[in-house]
Design a protein around this ligand. Structure first.
Ligand code: PMP
Length: 356
């Protein structure tokens, strides 16, 4: 029986995507060949890449606005490095908002390229909120933030309006909520949450911000090279790109980001209402910054853990234990997780009250 999968990533994808992807491994487009055994330069795969790139821009409302979408490899972690390589000028300065483990990792990778200014950090409070009221120098080469902090269960609700390029790691909430995506100049996201399997990273970049550092950038790290080669500079991760395309098609058929946002809000409201109502639990993130993707919560009395763990496992729930940096529980409610799965978890939380 299919589990209620709360894994933080890689994570649940739509069942129809799993089925279509499995079919393509056996017989892609009725060609008598697996998608895994054809050339990435074949007409059929080039069409996949082109549609995936176009559909990513379409869903974000960025078609025809000077943006390019790329599907590259190396995970979001490689973008921590590729961003400063491409955007941080020699002797320049980059501004970073430190909201969690991944934001911190991005800062560390930028350091060898120039001055990294941390405009604000919630590290002293174990990243339980999003810092507000910080200032970003107008002279910085770019501002980098992390829209959703997968580990700590916080999410940026208001992004600063700046006159410098805004770069955002949207790995764990891309395609989940409506934003004015034109406010961002570079967005990147590892596929393995809301888009597809691990193995590809979506990069959406406004072309006009590139080519200004004066730095000699190796081709494989150079966004401009990847744009010129239409995301085929080297062999792309064909299966990850194809499966991402299937998920983007699923999202489009559902009604795009406005439709999924409503479902995501319903799921988050259902769970957070129970976390706040149930005297056995408490949330870990500041209420105004709570993530609609990853809800982090603790038992008020750790002694109840064996009973609670037994209950949710028996209910067919998987992937609920929290990250070691926070402890407790983390319910990751990505796009493909149905509302019914959240109801099952809420019922288990209510059930615990009758058992302890
Ligand atoms: N950024 C965020 C917000 C993440 O959640 C993760 C992984 N969970 C990463 C970056 C790192 O991604 P990857 O493993 O693809 O390098």
């Amino acid at each position: 029986m299919k589990k209620h999968n709360y894994s933080a990533g890689p994570c649940i994808l739509p069942q129809e995507v799993f089925e279509k992807a499995a079919q393509a491994v056996l017989n892609f487009n009725d060609s008598g060949l697996s998608i895994l055994e054809i050339s990435h330069r074949s007409k059929d795969f080039v069409a996949v890449m082109e549609e995936a790139r176009a559909l990513a821009l379409e869903l974000l409302g960025l078609t025809g606005k000077g943006y390019q979408a790329l599907f590259l490899q190396g995970g979001a972690s490689l973008e921590f490095l590729r961003v400063p390589y491409n955007l941080l000028k020699e002797n320049g300065q980059a501004a970073y908002l430190d909201t969690g483990t991944w934001a911190n990792a991005a800062i560390k990778e930028a350091k060898p390229f120039g001055e990294t200014l941390v405009v604000a950090s919630s590290k002293p409070e174990n990243y339980n909120h999003i810092p507000k009221n910080y200032t970003v120098p107008a002279t910085a080469d770019y501002f980098h933030c992390t829209s959703n902090n997968t580990i700590f269960g916080t999410q940026i609700k208001e992004f600063p309006a700046l006159d410098i390029p805004v770069v955002c790691d949207m790995s764990s909430d891309i395609f989940s909520r409506q934003l004015d995506f034109t406010k961002f100049d570079l967005i990147y996201a590892g596929a393995q949450k809301n888009m597809g399997p691990a193995g590809t990273t979506l990069i959406v970049v406004k072309e006009s911000i590139l080519g200004t550092t004066g730095r000699n950038i190796p081709n494989i790290l150079n966004y401009q090279q990847h744009i010129e080669k239409e995301s085929m500079y080297n062999t792309p991760p064909v299966f990850a790109v194809y499966t991402s395309l299937l998920t983007l098609q699923w999202l489009k058929n559902l009604g795009g980001i406005p439709a999924i946002e409503k479902i995501n809000e319903a799921k988050a409201t259902l769970l957070y209402t129970e976390i706040d109502r149930n005297p056995l639990f408490r949330g870990t993130a500041a209420k105004e910054d709570r993530s609609n993707m990853n809800a982090t919560f603790l038992l008020n009395d750790e002694a109840h853990a064996p009973v609670f763990d037994g209950l949710w496992k028996a209910a067919g729930i998987s992937g609920l234990p929290g990250h070691r940096s926070v402890g407790g529980y983390r319910a990751s409610m990505y796009n493909a997780l149905p509302l019914e799965s959240v109801q099952v978890l809420v019922d288990v939380m209510k059930d615990l009250e009758t058992k302890v």
